[in-house]
Design a binder for this molecule. Structure first.
Ligand code: AN0
Ligand code: CP
Length: 315
């Protein structure tokens, strides 16, 4: 593996999940795998889990890790080619990417969508320019359209907690006051589709994800019906793809509560975090025995470690 930006970069998904699982068993060999190599983590947006878990994964592999918060601390970046840079953007990504590539052996990038121009977001301008000009492998730390490290941790978590061979996994939209990316749900269905799961997506009308992610996936607009018999409920808000970047619905009835879980098979509840309590998921669910959100976040270290290990093999 050279870059890790989507499931398409993964040759053997089961092997990668097993590698992540193995990373949980301490092994002195790990520290040697990244010795002398530098991991640079570039954040255009805030982060808790991705920043700390990927940094920890690099440290577990004996790497030097540098983290830079670009927004506020870096120069304002131009990404369009051929422009006259007489506005307020001080540096072009052509130079910035190449320079970061001089200092790092692997680069991680977090770059959220602007959620205004759908075509620009879905063309993954920043991520693809970084890959083009950095000259070293690039890992997505959540891009405009995907969050593959999260999805890998999610698959690992489902594999660890499932009690039937083919669990029913329901991805449910939930309300949120802010405009959020489609990256996490896009990515989740892209990965879950490759697993042996019964996958159902539920959301209000108007929240259909892009066809390019949803082809072949069952949508049930009735949340209660979708939740029937679920083994896992993957909760997430996203903004509308069709009416791009708009909040169309804030109906509190979509919040995940203990009552809603009543017709599931004692479903485990997942969320990538950060989660707004009593807006997205009720307190009694998050504080109750069905929530596995902390274990899920814990798995972020091992999913990042397995991906970095795989990339280190190629450099
Ligand atoms: C981000 C999102 O929804 O994509 C990051 C989640 C990992 N969430 C928020 O901005 C609240
Ligand atoms: N789940 C996740 O990626 O969290 P952060 O945004 O805090 O990194």
């Amino acid at each position: 593996m050279r870059n890790f930006t989507s499931i398409a970069d993964v040759q053997d998904l089961n092997a990668l999940i097993n590698a992540a699982r193995s990373c949980k068993i301490p092994d002195p060999q790990y520290k040697k795998q990244g010795e002398g190599k530098t991991l640079g983590l570039i954040f255009m947006n805030p982060s808790l889990r991705t920043r700390l878990s990927t940094q920890k994964a690099g440290m577990n592999l004996g790497m030097n890790v540098m983290v830079m918060n670009f927004s506020g601390e870096g120069w304002a970046l131009e990404t369009k080619e051929g422009v006259v840079m007489d506005g307020n953007k001080a540096e072009h990504i052509i130079e910035a990417a190449a320079v970061i590539g001089e200092y790092c052996d692997i680069i991680g990038l977090r770059s959220f969508p602007g959620l205004i121009d759908r075509d620009a977001d879905y063309s993954e301008e920043i991520l693809s320019n970084l890959i083009k000009y950095a000259g070293v492998p690039v890992i997505s730390l959540e891009s405009a359209t995907r969050h593959p490290l999260q999805s890998l941790a999610d698959m690992l978590t489902i594999e660890e907690f499932k009690v039937v061979d083919k669990p029913k996994v329901v991805m449910s939209w939930a309300p949120h006051p802010k405009v959020l990316p489609q990256s996490v749900p896009n990515s989740f269905v892209e990965w879950a589709l490759k697993m042996d799961y019964e996958l159902v997506v539920t959301h209000p009308e108007g929240y259909e994800l892009s066809d390019s992610f949803m082809t072949g996936i069952e949508v049930e607009y009735d949340q209660n019906k979708a939740l029937e018999g679920a083994d896992f409920v993957y909760v997430k808000n996203w903004s509308s793809f069709r009416e791009y970047g708009k909040v169309l619905n804030t109906d509190k009835k979509w919040m995940i509560t203990v009552e809603k879980l009543g017709n599931t098979r004692e479903a485990k509840v997942m969320h990538c975090l950060p989660v707004r309590r009593n807006v997205v998921i009720a307190d009694d669910v998050l504080d109750g025995p069905q929530s596995i959100v902390i274990e899920e976040a814990g798995n972020r270290v091992y999913s990042a470690q397995a991906v970095i290990q795989e990339i280190l093999k190629s450099i």
